[in-house]
Design a protein around this ligand. Structure first.
Ligand code: GDP
Length: 336
């Protein structure tokens, strides 16, 4: 990408031009030093015109196959039909961006991907989770600047990415399937700790044998609500556990009402305080990410890497001793 014309970008974004929003997101995803500087300037300029009401930022998570894309397609089209402008971003550190990913979104979310009031962007290509999250967080700001009043961030239901996304959004929605008893153990405790709203999805009579899964889902929701109370204890916000079907649309509006109720519960001051704290946490994520990058690029470390690896693998050198030598080599790098 050539050096961006920031004036044109800011004007285009504020005028709601999709191509400009897309370019700006490409800019915030770039790792080039000049692009990073331009991205910071762009975000600062967009922040000057921040909308009076902050966009609703929602993280949506759940294991692959739980129905996230289908749910987002249904929720997104409901929202645009009501006059909202909806941005959809994704955080998937394992994703490899190919020319096919846009097509992928067309099949995953066929109606939303052609909806003029929706903007869908696949995950930045594989990188560190911190890097992917940083790009996504800045992309959220771009979309807010472009007048999207709802931003949905989809995350793959594995590993650390959920925790990271929960740290970037106002409300974290966890989608799950009807599970009872022992199966409940399969839901990571960490997820129950960060979820603000839980929805048992696929509560419908579609699919295998047309079994009515609604009753099953309700029972599972009750059990899950009990498990939640045990994990989180008494607190101000008791995360609701509801049922829905992204496929038929039943209950999707109710899920959205719960999301808005959580936001109401935070209140304007609470929301701003939450976002401010997130920015502080994010600051340190960026610092750690940059340090990681510098370590990887360090000539001193590179010169030692193979030798140390061989020594540790053969047992000649202990891990703490090797770590000391790596850090010493890093500290001895010439600084510019
Ligand atoms: P994702 O991997 O979490 O994004 O899940 P998808 O949205 O791609 O859905 C995975 C599969 O479950 C697809 O075959 C969907 O058609 C199906 N599915 C998604 N939502 C529902 C639902 O609400 N009810 C039923 N019965 N099937 C669903």
């Amino acid at each position: 990408m050539s050096a961006p014309d920031l004036d044109a970008l800011v004007d285009g974004i504020r005028a709601g031009q999709r191509a400009m929003a897309a370019r700006a997101i490409t800019l915030v995803e770039s790792r080039r030093a000049d692009h990073r500087a331009a991205a910071r300037e762009l975000l600062a300029r967009l922040a000057e015109h921040a909308p009076p009401t902050p966009a609703v930022r929602v993280g949506i998570s759940g294991v692959p196959g739980v129905g996230k894309s289908t749910f987002i397609e249904t929720l997104g089209t409901h929202l645009t039909a009501r006059g909202h402008r909806v941005g959809v971003l994704a955080v998937d550190p394992s994703s490899v961006r190919t020319g096919g990913s846009v097509l992928g979104d067309k099949t995953r979310m066929p109606a939303l991907s052609v909806d003029p009031n929706a903007f869908i962007r696949p995950s930045p290509s594989a990188g560190t989770l911190g890097g992917v999250a940083a790009a996504t967080s800045q992309a959220m700001s771009v979309l807010e600047g472009a007048g999207y009043d709802v931003v949905l961030v989809e995350t793959v239901g594995v590993g650390q990415s959920e925790i990271t996304v929960a740290g970037m959004v106002d409300t974290f929605l966890f989608l799950t399937l009807a599970r009872t008893g022992d199966q409940l153990q399969g839901i990571k405790k960490g997820i129950l700790e960060i979820a603000d709203v839980i929805a048992v999805n696929k509560a419908d009579a579609e699919g295998a044998g047309g079994v009515d899964r609604e009753v099953e889902a309700r029972a599972a929701a009750r059990e899950l609500a009990g498990a939640m109370r045990m994990v989180r204890g008494p607190q101000e916000w008791a995360p609701p556990v509801v049922t829905c079907s992204g496929l038929t649309g039943t209950g999707v509006d109710d899920v959205w009402e719960r999301v808005l109720a959580h936001r109401d519960h935070l209140g304007r001051d609470g929301l701003l305080a939450k976002r401010a704290q997130q920015q502080l946490d994010f600051t340190w994520t960026l610092v750690r990410d940059q340090l990681d990058e510098r370590l990887r690029r360090s000539p001193g470390v590179a010169a030692l890497r193979d030798e140390l690896a061989a020594d540790v693998l053969s047992g000649r050198l202990s891990a703490p001793a090797a770590a000391d030598r790596i850090l010493a080599a890093y500290d001895a790098d010439p600084r510019d």
